[in-house]
Design a binder for this molecule. Sequence first.
Ligand code: NAI
Ligand code: MG
Length: 316
Amino acid sequence: MPQLPRGGCWRAVIARARSAVLFAGPRGASGGPGCTRDAPSGAGELRGELDRFGGVSVRLARLDAVHRLDPVAFQRALQAAIQKWRSEGRVAVWLHIPILQSRFIAPAASLGFCFHHAESDSSTLTLWLGEGPSRLPGYATHQVGVAGAVFDENTRKILVVQDRNKLKNMWKFPGGLSEPGEDIGDTAVREVFEETGIKSEFRSLLSIRQQHTHPGAFGKSDMYIICRLKPHSFTINFCQRECLRCEWMDLSDLVKTENTTPITSRVARLLLYGYREGFDKIDLTVEELPAVYTGLFYKIYHKELPDSYKTMTGTD
Ligand SMILES: NC(=O)C1=CN([C@@H]2O[C@H](COP(=O)(O)OP(=O)(O)OC[C@H]3O[C@@H](n4cnc5c(N)ncnc54)[C@H](O)[C@@H]3O)[C@@H](O)[C@H]2O)C=CC1
Ligand SMILES: [Mg+2]
């Protein structure tokens, strides 16, 4: 199918929706400032929640008797609703479709909706109704992988593995993909334990690599973060499924070996520099701060900031 320009699919929709028969229910119920939610209803009167940007969210899971609704009736109702939302000046429609109601995806797509994202049990489609090209933000752009450089300062040994499923068996730091909602340091400690059996503690963040169109990231970009970890145990019990070899290697041997990846070699040199000159030269340390408005907390990583700077008033 030829690629439509970003605004192309919705311009075609306007034309179709203008000639549509109206199936929508009473008007005005979804108006009003801020976020309002209409009562769930049948597809004969498709309604949604208003968001603060002037878009409408329709959750099919909340429609009455959605399992009995047929795709043709849904398409008519959606077409009528689009016309109504357009006349009310809504800028976008977000359509949330549970996986078991996926028969509604094709009718929505024929009205100009495109996939925004999918989770394991639902998909979200969008239609831009505003002026000009869509201003809706895209979905996730990166996957996050985290490795642990577990360095024992007493012996100058570093924990390294060779992947089982790689074409070339190069030494690298154990690591893997972050889980949703998982802190970077927790991923490093978890992955190191799962792959090598070594218990460790997060000390700092050492490097961030960004690579676009990464082959293992489903067409998205890859963010690969390496953390410095301190070991709490030393007996290796490595995961046979993922690793071919695992050992404590002298840091200077890792710096010298050619049998490693460029990023591992670079971070080994960074660690050697930190070991010789002081880890404060290479460490980004972590602190938890409160988020504004939401009542949540986040982690911030940066070079050590002296306490006198953390508490200074601006007149100091
Ligand atoms: N330059 C380096 O030293 C390396 C960096 N990385 C980075 O590490 C992160 C990913 O780490 P990993 O150890 O690969 O992840 P991981 O440790 O979370 O999981 C890898 C496991 O997922 C499974 N898997 C992955 N794709 C699969 C598929 N298509 N079918 C079936 N099973 C599959 C395999 O069992 C594999 O052992 C990424 O950010 C990547 O860029 C990975 C390898 C080397
Ligand atoms: Mg791994």
